[in-house]
Ligand binder design. Structure first.
Ligand code: HEM
Ligand code: HEM
Length: 328
């Protein structure tokens, strides 16, 4: 059960209904959440055990080093978590290769032209020169920037860290100057990364809007509409398509649907037109931009005599597959 367009699992496994009838959108799989948790722990430990060495003359560092059991222990802790972050990086790359090669999923973190347009619009909006914020899909340009900053930052930290860890081996292949250079780059990049996480990342995920999805795995409908409106619309459209599976079933009459129908804006590729044609064939009124509504409880009615089928019911019947995604 996958979306052939992106190699994604069926949308019904990526949208869940609460007992109260609210929709929850799966944003991160369990594996992605555990990955982020391991990243938080290893990055924090590396930052603490590294920075106390870089600023070892500060009173706070002397205190922290003593608290952790002395400088040798501090170095061992640093080396241990260095191995953890190397392992995590290898896993991350292998996982993406697997998802793209085996499951043919699209990598959603690749930057594209739309990101550039969004960035320009965001700057213009912040300067009061654009009337609206850009509307984002799966990942905003800010999230992509953050992700790629982490990627190149980690690559630099691993290379320079290995040089510091194995100086003799490194100077067999490279000139001796590489050691002080690696030390300087490793130390200042560490400071940059810590400041970036504390300001940029935590500002976006905690202060600007409290985003708990990396821990809970899901976003509410309101959060999706606000943070990722394009992805929200695409998922709702897919969901609506997927609940018209048999000729016996049609969408409820327009009059019934009007207040609840999720209408999707055209995506610019003619997909909306095709969808309207398909819906028209199935007897439903085609959706239009005018009838767009923020409410989104889609309902499917069966032919007379058959029980009504709602998304909730569909979701219950959909296999409890883990939705896979490229964190990436
Ligand atoms: C991204 C996370 C990392 C941070 C924030 C970090 C931070 C630091 C800092 C601030 C220092 C002190 C540099 C100085 O004295 O000027 C340091 C030293 C060091 N780091 Fe890292 N580091 C990280 C990752 C790594 C990795 C991945 C490795 C190994 C592959 C590594 C190996 C080392 C080594 C060998 C030293 C020299 C001191 C020692 O032997 O412990 N670090 N680190
Ligand atoms: C307590 C600390 C942290 C919190 C509360 C936090 C929170 C979050 C949240 C909510 C997201 C999901 C954003 C989304 O919806 O796409 C996220 C994503 C991410 N986090 Fe963290 N994070 C923390 C620490 C870190 C650390 C230490 C790193 C790396 C060193 C990191 C790297 C990332 C990356 C690369 C992403 C994916 C890109 C993005 O969506 O922004 N996070 N984090």
């Amino acid at each position: 059960m996958s979306n052939p367009k992106a190699g994604y699992p069926d949308v019904r496994t990526r949208v869940r209904a609460t007992p109260e009838g609210k929709l929850l959108f799966v944003r991160f799989t369990l594996a992605q959440r555990v990955e982020h948790l391991v990243l938080i722990v290893s990055f924090t430990m590396l930052a603490v055990t590294g920075l106390v060495q870089k600023f070892s003359t500060l009173e706070l560092s002397v205190f922290a080093i003593r608290l952790m059991g002395g400088i040798e222990t501090v170095r061992q802790i640093h080396h241990f978590f260095a191995l953890v972050i190397i392992g995590l990086s290898v896993y991350h790359v292998a996982h993406i290769v697997h998802l793209t090669m085996v499951h043919k999923q699209q990598v959603q973190m690749w930057p594209n032209r739309q990101d550039l347009r969004d960035a320009v619009q965001m700057v213009r909006f912040n300067l009061g020169r654009a009337s609206s914020r850009p509307r984002f899909g799966r990942y905003s340009f800010e999230e992509k920037m953050e992700y790629w900053a982490l990627i190149w930052g980690t690559v630099i930290m691993i290379i320079t860290g290995l040089i510091l860890w194995f100086p003799i081996g490194a100077t067999e292949a490279l000139p001796g100057e590489v050691i002080p250079v690696a030390r300087s780059v490793h130390g200042w990049e560490a400071l940059l990364a810590v400041l970036a996480i504390l300001t940029w990342h935590l500002y976006h995920t905690v202060i600007k809007t409290l985003n708990k999805s990396i821990f809970t795995g899901v976003m509410t409908e309101e959060e999706m509409q606000h943070e990722h409106p394009l992805e929200y619309q695409a998922m709702m459209a897919e969901l609506q398509e997927s609940i018209v599976p048999s000729p016996a079933m049609t969408l409820a009459p327009a009059a019934t649907l009007e207040p609840e129908l999720v209408v999707v804006e055209p995506d610019g590729n003619g997909r909306q037109r095709k969808r309207n044609q398909r819906q028209a064939k199935a007897g439903a009124r085609p959706s239009s931009r005018k009838r767009n509504t923020r409410q989104s409880k889609a309902t499917v009615s069966a032919q007379p005599g058959e029980p009504d089928m709602t998304i909730d019911h569909q979701m219950e019947t959909a296999a409890q597959e883990e939705a896979t995604d490229v964190a990436s």
